[in-house]
Design a protein around this ligand. Sequence first.
Ligand code: U2F
Length: 485
Amino acid sequence: MTYTDLLFQLVVHLGLLTKASGWKFAEHASKGGPLGELVQWSDILATLYILGHDVVVTSEVEQLASLINGLPTAFSSCQVRTSIPVDLMFTDIVGLIQFKRKVKNGYGKFSCLLRIIDSFGTEPAFNYMPYAKHHSKSQWGMHNLHPQQFFTMFPHSPDNSFMGFVVEQHLLQTKLASVQRKNQAVVYGKALYMWQGKDSYLNSFKDLLEVHGTVFVNKPSDNILPSFVHNHGILKGPELQQLLRESKVFVGLGFPYEGPGPLEAIAQGCVFINPRFSPPHSSQNVKFFKGKPTRRSLASQHPYAEDFIGMPHVYTINIDNATEVRIAVKKAIAAVDAHEVQPYMPYEFTEEGMLQRVNTYISHQDFCTQLKSPWVPHESVQFILSRAGQSCKSACMQKGRICEPSYFNELNNQAVLEKHIGKTCGSVKYTEDIFYPAYLATQNECLMQKQPMLFSCVGERPDVMRLCPCRDFIKGQMALCQRCL
Ligand code: U2F
């Protein structure tokens, strides 16, 4: 792999760790609180450092304010760092809000340098303020950044960039050979509330294997775990991986959504039992997603595991159907016993994959000057007309490609649209919404986009065929096109 010659001065502001956020991420880290975000931030920091950049980290608002505004510094050991020229700043949405409040002399001049770590993503409809105010208000949205300045935990919407994380493998290859698999399952859920109402599900397969958990229990009287569960409490990384390596099945309870856990288990050779959601979970029907700046809906606890990994590593099933559960668990045990399931890790979640992806982003993504000329090479991109009602995300996927929003500008052109519909537009309308450019066949009308901030891979309207920019990708590294390295 070749690294860039560009070495940058980077600021990383961890909004989630600030006292002002009130989130207490650090305090809850060993008590069953969310760890996914901390895993991702640790990997981002390590990646930026290994790539050779100069990284300054802030985890309190006052430190950030001193750094950016050149006030007397709050950094006891880094006095020289005040008023540094900043090439890029990585933060999260709470950090962005803090930054906007604290930065003097106008936030606008910094905005193109921001890279926002945003687990579940921010769709264009929620990002562009004038539109969001009327159609899609969200406490986390309306920041008016370029949608690709938001970096997600999994490759959710191609409107955003995929940051990801590294699936750790602490165990030494030499030690692995000696690890014996036992007839045991590990249940995915490190807080007690995740287990509530799941007794009959767990009961339905408890006779097939020993059931283990890694659950934080504050005091014995809080413990609601079924008596057959061997609870280890929250384990350290290497211990958890050892437990997974000795097990055959990793059992989803339906929450947490889209965490690193299932990828770690699959990387240790377990089969993941992935609860199917019918109807799918979204901001329309689940409190957790209410107010999140995305309309995405999840058809299972872990859509990435379902869609991008699948069988034999992942069984997506209805966990309320005891017969289906038993069949899946029996099949999973048999597949592991027959060595049909081997440890598996997608390249994009390896150390090398993360370094490659972040290095490419840092070298090429430029939201300050390059918005009109995309860095993704032309040869990697094809324009495709979707079916009526289809989003560009799904139209591209159907052709084995990925929606590439940086090319929307180029295809937002009457002549290009006419070439793809194979006729002359009866009428042409310029309009602002997330579905355009598109063709309304019933009226022979061409609908062009008036507001570039509303170009969207995920927008879909039942009656229009969208014109979509679709690019190729590197197998196992879907964030990057084949000529992007
Ligand atoms: C997700 O966050 P979580 O922290 O709930 O995700 P998990 O998959 O449970 O675990 C994150 C890490 O915790 C580690 C485990 C993972 O790397 O190895 N761990 C551990 O060290 N010891 C243990 O005993 C058990 C786990 C997601 F990532 C967030 O973006 C979401 O906000 C959240 C809610 O949906 O789910």
